[in-house]
Design a binder for this molecule. Structure first.
Ligand code: FAD
Length: 287
């Protein structure tokens, strides 16, 4: 399929991009890597009349440390996350997850900003941002604001982004050193979106879990932060009973759609298995 007609704009600064979005109104959309938006346009599920390409804005590129946080600017690609020393040393779960997204060609273009702004429940990064308690930095006609990843997602393709706003960066608190982490993703084939996926970051001391945060992908129409499932393993040695309590608590908040990836009960069942696998692998990595 071929997209409908559109006018292409390439601003050189965030201020110019915001000006264009304000002038062109509802018919304008930011363009990042284009690997979600362009397929939607080809299927005529989106028909923006103006694309505001963010690639000319150097201020939107790069990964930097700011105190105990890591700031990933919105136009940083998944491929760049894979090559970043800061990500490898402080947030290795981002590297592990990036490698599970699609294929190298898509990772060369797809950006972290586009992945989290898109609002697709199948995208992998939003659940990670929720479990890591990241903040999304947003600029718009009324200035700058910050929205917690845990408050950002309102429904499939509905987020806290207002028309005319741009997500400029994602600010992520660095987990404790020695933390364990894992992202477990069940997919039908290489390059597919998750049938069910779970991410875990945890700390342990003397074989006992001292903190645990769990995020779930494609198991509801938004990403899910499974707070009670994480709390269910704190204070335990992650024995079988604790693993089951965590999986049951996670399953209790899942509401996946029945689709080509399977019926609801199957997806919830494998969602629980992803939680248990991620917990076990994270524990094995915790120092
Ligand atoms: P775009 O497609 O350019 O934009 C997506 C949306 O976000 C648009 O509405 C756009 O207007 C908006 N947007 C983008 N940047 C901003 C910004 N800075 N501020 C405000 N709004 C913005 N993703 C996964 O997570 N897991 C997968 O398994 C996976 N598999 C894929 C398989 C295939 C075959 C394809 C084509 C894609 C797959 N993707 C997957 C999606 C891929 O990761 C996309 O690149 C990503 O979802 C969107 O990022 P993008 O930079 O391409 O954004």
């Amino acid at each position: 399929m071929i997209p409908g007609p559109f006018t292409y704009h390439r601003p050189g600064s965030v201020a110019d991009a915001l000006k264009l979005l304000a002038e062109l109104g509802d018919e304008a959309r930011p363009l990042a890597g284009g690997h979600s938006l362009i397929p939607m346009m080809k299927l005529r599920l989106a028909s923006p009349e103006h694309l505001i390409d963010l690639h000319g804005i150097t201020a939107l590129k790069g990964v930097v440390r700011e105190g105990d946080r890591v700031v990933v600017r919105a136009m940083t690609t998944q491929h760049e996350l894979l090559g970043s020393d800061v990500i490898a040393s402080i947030l290795p779960i981002l590297k592990e997850t990036s490698l599970l997204i699609a294929d190298p060609q898509i990772r060369y273009c797809g950006t972290l900003g586009g992945n989290v702004a898109n609002g697709d429940p199948g995208n992998d990064m939003p659940a990670l941002m929720q479990l890591l308690n990241a903040d999304f930095l947003i600029e718009g006609p009324d200035g700058q604001r910050t929205v917690a990843a845990r408050d950002f997602y309102q429904g499939a393709y509905f987020t806290a982004l207002e028309p005319g706003e741009i997500l400029t960066a994602i600010s992520i608190p660095g987990p404790a050193s020695g933390h364990g982490y894992a992202y477990e993703k069940l997919k039908r084939k290489v390059g597919d979106y998750a049938t069910a996926a779970a991410g875990v970051v945890m700390t342990m001391e003397g074989g006992i879990v001292t903190s645990c945060s769990i995020g779930l992908t494609n198991l509801a129409d938004t990403p899910l932060w499974a707070q009670e499932a994480g709390e269910a393993v704190v204070g335990t040695s992650l024995d079988d009973a604790a693993l089951k309590r965590a999986a049951d608590a996670a399953i209790a908040i899942m509401s996946p759609a029945a689709d080509g990836r399977g019926p609801v009960e199957y997806r919830k069942h494998v969602g629980g298995i992803m939680v248990q696998r991620a917990l076990k692998r994270a524990a094995a990595r915790a120092a």
